[in-house]
Ligand binder design. Structure first.
Ligand code: SAH
Ligand code: SF4
Length: 366
């Protein structure tokens, strides 16, 4: 572990609860101070050492001389008509990422990014269009949650104060191509010493990285798994998701069937519906056959149109007919309308810069 030079302060957010014990010891304090600091940062949302009133004055002075609590810098915050908020962050090296905060009755869900950009280039996704910039570090992932909580006034609808209740890794990037950092971020989100969010309220979404799915299963993290299937066969999937050439549906579905699911839990299958491409009733029947024997529920996401893609949103009637066909095969299938489309915060609309700059490219009505 690197402890940096004095004038270059240590950012305490970079450390796990365990490593923080070593840090405080090296700064000449008792290791139990680490637990107190964690509580102040992660439960109380405190960013100044002087507010940490159960820590002795001399230790608080030592801390503020050598260390700091520096979350990713929030460069812009946009609020949608439907109360969804998009947060744009400028990371230390200038990279940009986004998170989306979605308040709903009794819940506050944060959709976070795991990479700046994405290497997988799905044809319908704005994030994919810009390529991969770099992996996010654990504290850059968890920092999105800290900032979201700090920026929100305590409210009755959001549960205890302004605490985030649910996390979805469905922002920018492919989390299972950044497993080391993402798994560490998940450990911190779950840790009772840190964010203390139940793994049942955390969902990781992948485009179908087979070895990553296996690694997640073996990690014991016990978070929910969502998979962007998006097509009923390899022919269509190859066309819209280049990653399918590497991990075709047969291998992907096998990995999902082998995934160690706790009793009563199900894998979420995401299916972005693209007009004229994958939205016919025959596709629903084919999807049903593909998923047979998999404990899952299906989320149908009508495509969110954006200037970076030629695809169109299907007619509502096709979405309903598709859902009906899945129901007739005894699947649970929901239609998920993404929120925040007016500020380009909906699924697939994140690309790391302000919606204002992209408005000219957005389709009419956005
Ligand atoms: N890389 C991961 C997680 C981020 S994408 C993954 O692909 O699963 C989150 C979801 O948004 C995916 O299910 C993706 O298929 C969907 N999506 C991407 N672009 C979209 C768009 N324009 N409209 C609707 N959903 C979209
Ligand atoms: Fe990457 Fe997911 Fe977008 Fe595909 S849908 S380009 S995997 S972020």
């Amino acid at each position: 572990m690197d402890i940096k030079e004095k004038d270059n302060k240590i950012n305490l957010l970079e450390f796990s609860a365990e490593d923080l014990r070593t840090v405080v010891e090296r700064l000449g304090m008792k290791p139990y101070r680490a637990a107190q600091i964690c509580r102040w940062i992660y439960s109380e949302g405190v960013e100044s050492f002087f507010a940490m009133t159960d820590i002795s004055k001399s230790d608080r002075e030592k801390l503020s001389e050598a260390a700091e609590i520096r979350p990713p810098e929030l460069s812009e915050r946009l609020v949608s008509d439907d109360e969804t908020e998009k947060h744009l962050f400028a990371l230390q090296d200038g990279e940009k990422v986004e998170s989306v905060l979605i308040p709903d009755e009794g819940r506050l869900t944060l959709c976070i990014s795991s990479q700046a950009g994405c290497a997988l280039g799905c044809r319908f996704c704005l994030t994919g269009a810009g390529g991969i910039r770099r992996n996010l570090l654990p504290h850059e992932i968890t920092g999105q949650a800290l900032v979201a909580e700090a920026g929100r006034p305590a409210s009755a609808t959001a549960g205890k104060g302004c605490k985030i209740t649910n996390i979805v890794l469905m922002g920018m990037g492919e989390p299972l191509l950044n497993t080391e950092n993402v798994f560490e971020a998940l450990r911190r989100l779950i840790s009772p010493k840190m964010f203390n969010i139940s793994p049942r309220r955390i969902t990781l979404s992948t485009a179908g990285i087979v070895p990553g799915i296996k690694a997640l299963g073996e990690s014991g993290l016990d978070v929910n798994l969502a998979v962007s299937i998006n097509a009923p066969n390899d022919e269509i999937r190859d066309r819209i998701m280049p990653v399918n050439k590497k991990y075709p549906l047969k291998a992907l579905v096998k990995a999902l069937k082998d995934y160690p699911l706790a009793p009563r839990r199900r894998i979420t299958v995401e299916y972005v519906m693209l007009k004229g491409i994958n939205d016919k009733v025959e596709h629903a029947a084919e999807l049903g056959r593909l998923l047979r024997g998999l404990r899952c529920k299906i989320n149908l996401i009508p495509f969110n149109e954006h200037g970076g893609s030629e695809f169109k949103r299907p007619e509502e009637a096709s979405v309903l007919a598709f859902q009906e066909r899945l129901h007739s095969m005894n699947y649970t299938a929901f239609i998920r309308e993404s929120r925040g489309a007016d500020i380009l915060a909906a699924c697939g609309q994140l690309r790391g810069f302000s919606a204002r700059k992209t408005l000219t490219e957005a389709p009419p009505g956005v």
